[in-house]
Unconditional design. Structure first.
Length: 254
């Protein structure tokens, strides 16, 4: 039987690119997201190209009840997830802390932190039962290097780092791998979501340098997920060539 991978936030960006690469490698997929139409389109594309099984599971990771109900309603064979990719996440707003929008704060913390925890807890019983599995959390270099107007987003990704380190310790007796992948600037829907649909501001985010792409990050995810059984990559940071860390980015003048 093919190994099964659950990817949250699979409807676009990193999640979508990762799903396609896993399918190329022969993994069966559970695609999660909130946008059913995009998930179905991705499912149909993958099935047409690769001999793998694909199902969709539409729920919002922020909704605790929906997470547990959706995962518990899966058929038994689909509950046996081998690899969980906690990819769902976002940045909302770029305000100074005293000007911050509380709704944005809650949205980031509930998605990036609570959502990750809910999905992980729902999946873990089967991994523990069979004493194998791999949890890959998509963090950010923003969790290492705080930057102006990043405040709560940076805090949420610092939490992902701490949670990943703690998971690695707690799940060691169950032979479950845990990896935190921390990308730098990547051109996906990230900036468009952060600036709430403002295309001009989103485009300006990536002006003057060549950022990472969703495929670049998907390659790193696949690499970490396919190491030998005795190897666990605990964390992996990656940036584009123009970026040294969360605070230093070389932009060329146009």
């Amino acid at each position: 039987m093919n190994k099964k991978v659950l990817i949250t936030g699979a409807s676009s960006g990193i999640g979508r690119a990762t799903a396609i690469l896993f399918a190329e490698k022969g993994f069966d997929l559970i695609l999660n997201g909130r946008r059913k139409d995009l998930l179905e389109e991705l499912k149909n594309k993958i099935i047409a190209l690769y001999p793998v099984a694909v199902i969709t599971s539409v729920f919002d990771v922020r909704d605790q009840n929906s997470v547990f109900e959706s995962i518990s309603s899966l058929k038994d064979e689909w509950k046996q997830v081998d690899i969980l990719i906690n990819n769902a996440g976002l940045a909302a707003g770029r305000d100074l802390i005293d000007e911050g929008n509380i709704e944005d704060w809650e949205n980031m913390m509930n998605t990036n932190v609570n959502g990750l925890l809910y999905v992980t807890k729902a999946i873990l019983p089967e991994m523990i039962r069979k004493k194998s599995g791999h949890i890959i959390n998509i963090g950010s270099i923003a969790g290492d290097d705080m930057y102006e107007r990043g405040n709560i987003y940076c805090a949420s990704k610092a939490a992902v780092d701490a949670i990943s380190r703690s998971m690695r310790i707690d799940l060691l007796p169950h032979h479950i791998k845990v990896t935190n992948i921390k990308p730098g600037a990547a051109e996906t829907e990230f900036a468009k979501v952060r600036f709430k649909g403002d295309e001009a501001k989103a485009a300006q985010t990536y002006a003057g340098f060549e950022p990472l792409t969703a495929n670049d990050i998907a390659d790193a995810i696949i690499y970490c997920a396919t190491t030998p059984p005795n190897v666990c990559i605990n964390e992996l940071s990656l940036t584009c060539l123009a970026q040294a860390n969360g605070n230093y980015l070389l932009k060329e003048k146009s």
